[in-house]
Design a protein. Structure first.
Length: 257
C-alpha cells in the first residue's frame, strides 16, 4: 500500500459504515432497546402511566459490589466516546477542536451551558408535568440507589457520563459525519434530534418529544458555535439536579413524575 493510499480521503461508504457501527455500539443500540421497552410497557397489563421507568438502579445487595458495578458501568459507557474521538483523528485538524471540547473557552462554555440548562430545564419540567397528566409517560424514578455514602458521587458521575456520551456522539460526532456525508442541514438536525428522542422512549412519548426538542436546540447550537462543551455542561446540570434532587429530597415532591 502506498503513502497516497493511506492518506486519501475516506469514501462516503466508509464514513457511512463507520457512523452506523459507532451508533450501533452506543446510543443507536440504546434506541432499539428503548423501543422494545416501550412496546413491552404498552402491551403489559395496565396503562403506561401506571408503569415505571427507573434510572440509576442498584446492581447488588452488597454495597461495595454495587459501587463496583456502578463505576465499571460508567467507565465502559464512555468507551464509544473514545472510539468516536479516535476515529475523528483521521480527519484534518485536532478532534478536540472539531468537537469543541477543548479548554480554550472555559468561562464561556460554563456560562452558555448554564443558560442552555435554564432554557431547556424549565420548559422541560412543564412538558413532563403535562405528559404525566395525559398519561403518555411512565412514572419516572431518576435515582434508585441505596442511601449510602457513595450514592450522590455516583449519581454525579452518572450525570457526567450521560452528558459526555450523548453530546459527543449524538451532536458532535453524528452532526460532523452527516455533514461530511452531504446530508442536508434539516435532515442532519432531524436525525440527531430523533435519535436523542428515541433512546428515551422507554420513559414514554412525552420523554421522546421533550428530548427531541432538546436535540433540535442542541444541534442548532453546535452548528452555530462548533462547541460541544457547553452542551455537556448544560446536560450535566440537568441530570445532576434530576438525579441528586430525587435522591435527597422528599419523594412526595416528585409524585407528579
Amino acid at each position: 500500500m502506498t503513502v497516497d493510499e493511506l492518506t486519501r480521503p475516506m469514501s462516503r461508504r466508509t464514513l457511512g459504515t463507520e457512523t452506523f457501527l459507532v451508533l450501533g455500539l452506543s446510543l443507536g443500540q440504546s434506541a432499539i432497546y428503548a423501543v422494545v421497552s416501550l412496546a413491552a410497557k404498552l402491551t403489559a397489563a395496565g396503562p403506561l402511566s401506571k408503569q415505571t421507568a427507573s434510572l440509576n438502579n442498584s446492581q447488588s445487595a452488597r454495597p461495595y459490589l454495587d459501587l463496583t458495578y456502578q463505576l465499571v458501568g460508567i467507565f465502559f459507557a464512555l468507551l464509544p466516546v473514545l472510539l468516536a474521538v479516535h476515529l475523528l483523528t483521521r480527519d484534518p485538524g485536532d478532534p478536540a477542536r472539531t468537537l469543541g471540547v477543548d479548554l480554550r473557552r472555559p468561562g464561556s462554555d460554563l456560562a452558555r451551558g448554564a443558560g442552555l440548562a435554564a432554557l431547556i430545564g424549565l420548559p422541560g419540567l412543564a412538558l413532563f408535568w403535562a405528559a404525566a397528566q395525559l398519561g403518555v409517560n411512565a412514572t419516572l424514578v431518576p435515582a434508585a440507589l441505596p442511601h449510602l455514602w457513595w450514592a450522590v458521587p455516583v449519581l454525579i458521575l452518572a450525570a457526567v457520563q450521560n452528558s459526555v456520551l450523548e453530546e459527543v456522539i449524538v451532536v458532535g460526532y453524528l452532526v460532523t459525519r452527516l455533514r461530511q456525508l452531504r446530508w442536508r442541514l434539516p435532515a442532519v438536525i432531524a436525525a440527531s434530534a430523533l435519535l436523542r428522542g428515541s433512546y428515551h422512549l422507554y420513559q414514554g412519548f412525552g420523554a421522546f418529544l421533550g428530548n427531541a426538542v432538546m436535540g433540535v436546540v442542541f444541534s442548532l447550537f453546535f452548528l452555530r458555535t462548533r462547541r460541544v462543551a457547553p452542551l455537556i455542561v448544560a446536560h450535566t446540570l440537568l441530570d445532576v439536579v434530576a438525579f441528586v434532587g430525587y435522591a435527597l429530597l422528599p419523594k412526595d415532591w416528585f409524585s407528579w413524575l
